[in-house]
Design a protein around this ligand. Sequence first.
Ligand code: BGC
Length: 363
Amino acid sequence: MHNLKKVLALLTVLVMLVGIMAGCSSSNQPVSSDDTSNTSNSSDDGNSDKIKIGFSLPTLREERYERDRDAFTKKAESLGAEVLVQAANNDENLQNNQVENLLTQGIDILVLDPQNADSAAALVDEAHKAGIKVISYDRLIKNTDVDLYISFDNEKVGELQGKFLTDLVPKGVYYVFAGSPTDNNATLFKQGAMKYIQPLADKGDITIAYDQAIKDWQPEEAMKLMENALTANNNKVDAVLAPNDGTAGGIIQALAAQGLAGKVPVTGQDAELAAVKRIVEGTQSMTVFKDVRVLAEKAAELAVQMAQGKEVSELTDVNGKVDNGKIEVPSVLLTPVVITKDNIDKELIESGWFTKEQVYGSN
Ligand code: BGC
């Protein structure tokens, strides 16, 4: 019985080997473009003139990233390019491997949304050594001569959250949460929000009873931290700065367990469906809408132009510069919008972000 199993296993391996060899000999491309990608959109038409774009995302966990991926791919393909997409599950080592892999697949340009703003600089260097330009997507890559940055005005996102909260609660006990410490956006969001919160704290009107970053933006982690904060402060809380909708969800769950959901203003960001529903039911106060369809389409257009040899200085969309610690990176920054109960229809439904049914329908 044992031996039979061994023989069968050996036979299986042999059959697989023959299969692999046959696959290789029938293809003149040594590296297959779709075996390493978890969400590859590569087409297999063998047209080597096609521009190949590598698009590396840190995660697909937040709802937005599927929109980023789909809008980017659709736009790039409509311009005749091919896109290889990778998502790294919030794991910087995995992202390193995935990007290195994209580089071996002959991409013409790399669009990189980094899991770690600092360590991703090494990936930019590698790409540059191979003669490939890099666009920093949504999150800034620091301390490197990255070619272009495209994102929203992220400090403004934080300002919108901070202004909203301090207008509503100019005095009281605040819990201040920030996103992942490895994400430069998280720093900018907090910086923007603190422009409004800090002066009131300095005056003594606001007490910051809790101040904490959330590893990898994890909603479960946010919930645990919020539970701790509530316990440590005997449930005293008047306002919560939550950096995005995912973490707001965890925070609101912890509030709900204490019967406080809907009684304490909580911010957010991303206009996720669950968050917009919470705004309608009154347990989340606001979110910040960043239309990532526009971001992704613009990024795809610019990537194609740069891959065709256009210089960054010739790109008409560049509207600013952002200091990344090494250079002033030419940047395209889009404008974020506050969403409350009052403008869900105008901003999110009329723009086709959600249908009326999705937002107000039952369940
Ligand atoms: C993005 C947010 C997102 C967060 C977590 C940030 O860099 O700008 O939209 O919610 O990362 O993925």
